[in-house]
Design a protein around this ligand. Sequence first.
Ligand code: NAP
Length: 241
Amino acid sequence: MKYALVTGSSRGIGRAVALKLAQDGFPVIVNCLSNIDAAASLVAEIDAAGGKAELLQFDVSDPEAIEAALESWAQAHPEDYVDILVNNAGIRRDNLMIFMQNDEWHSVLDTTLNGFFYLTRRLLKDMLTHRHGRVINISSLSGLKGLPGQVNYSAAKAALIGATRALSQEVAQRKVTVNAVCPGFIESDMTAGLDRDELKKLVPMRRFGRADEVADLVAFLASDSAAYITGQAISINGGLY
Ligand code: NAP
């Protein structure tokens, strides 16, 4: 069976993506860092709706934890593989560059960029062997234009776009596509502390996006209809650049 793995799917965009992929008929692996209860309730919700889901907790920035979790998953699933990987887990630790601490820099890059590297490298082999796969990386508007106060986050998200474009060319012949999705302001815990009323004024559509709108785009990229789209960074931002 072909599984979809969505990192950071206990909340926000990842949760909406996992739900949508489950509705589209894919068995889903739900992942989180520490919010096990939220992730478990998503698994229960998908099961109750007639879908198939399981929980695999690991820290995407920890290569040993990834290896241990995926090795035990593979042992329990000898006939299955991950065909759709959504690298969604991300954090922001905003600060002006002049005040930025090493930990603020490293934690953001470790989660977004190193997490992409460890996990994708681990799962790519199966996709190449099966001559089919989808890697969808959740980047950001910050990775395209850079945002002040987010030098760490912008660097990580821009690097993710570069990695997307490079990897897409390495694996295209094997029918594995690699794309990035670049959301603008989306309603989630990540943006809960921001002044939404002020920020909305910057958006031509005058509103934040919803996680389910991002999920629809990700689900399209995961589908057979998107087989000829690869190496792209696709914005979903209400017209904000
Ligand atoms: P969120 O609501 O803060 O959720 C973050 C998710 O990532 C949670 O499920 C969290 O798990 C998980 N996570 C964090 N660090 C992790 C780690 N080391 N290992 C495994 N899981 C980890 O964020 P969101 O707004 O949905 O954002 C999702 C993605 O979209 C991120 O990559 C973000 O940068 C990107 N994005 C968001 C926006 C926006 O406006 N919201 C805009 C552009 C891009 P726990 O629940 O266990 O903590």
